[in-house]
Design a protein. Structure first.
Length: 221
């Protein structure tokens, strides 16, 4: 009986001592053993700029639907969401002059296209002022609006994109960009329509398409 009572007293004292130690560690923290747990190392984040864009391939800005080839049509919504305008870029011409105009950046890129109204209402291109229109997308992700630099001074007979296309009618239009040689070497053209949907086409590195001879003849001095 005495042994049992003595053992109980020793056990209680031991528990009290352990509780006091734990309480002291929690309150003061100085007597507690340092933790051996360390956070796992994490790899440093790789900045987007550290991954170069391969030559000829548009960069981060080239998001959305896959680019079409030159000559492939796309149905777009007309300006102010009125009508359906089918657009088919057909040719691209690169030139260092344009009927008396000289490009500020070195190269004019002229893109011709067929536009057809597929609805019962006249359809026209959405304007840049309304958030639409045409841009050139460079390999490094820059967007260059049509008519920039001296491109607005280039006029071609038979290629008019102003005003609406009447129902069932087809017309030829053209867009001109003032680019550096590097920008003209590859890229995309992008059109944003009346519902802010974007459509893009791959541009060949050299003059290509059925309207090349006509356009080059008009660009010549």
């Amino acid at each position: 009986m005495r042994k049992t009572l003595f053992a109980a007293v020793v056990t209680a004292a031991t528990c009290l001592a352990l509780t006091a130690c734990e309480g002291g560690a929690e309150a003061g923290g100085g007597d507690a053993a340092p933790s051996t747990t360390r956070p796992l190392p994490t790899a440093p984040a790789t900045p987007a700029s550290a991954t170069p864009t391969p030559a000829g391939e548009p960069g981060p800005a080239d998001s959305g639907p896959a680019a079409l080839d030159l000559g492939e049509p796309s149905r777009t919504v007309g300006a102010r969401t009125v009508g359906i305008l089918e657009i088919t870029p057909s040719s691209v011409v690169y030139a260092d002059q344009g009927a008396g105009a000289t490009p500020q950046s070195g190269v004019f890129a002229v893109v011709t296209m067929k536009q057809k109204s597929l609805s019962a209402n006249p359809a026209s291109e959405e304007l840049p002022a309304a958030g639409g229109g045409w841009e050139w997308l460079t390999p490094d992700g820059q967007t260059i609006p049509a008519g920039n630099g001296n491109a607005g001074r280039v006029a071609l007979d038979g290629y008019d994109s102003s005003g609406p296309v009447e129902p069932g009618a087809t017309r030829m239009a053209a867009k001109v960009f003032d680019l550096t040689p590097a920008q003209a070497g590859s890229g995309r053209i992008v059109y944003t329509d009346g519902v802010r949907a974007s459509y893009r086409w791959k541009m060949p590195a050299g003059s290509t398409g059925p309207e090349v001879a006509d356009v080059e003849g008009q660009l010549a001095p």
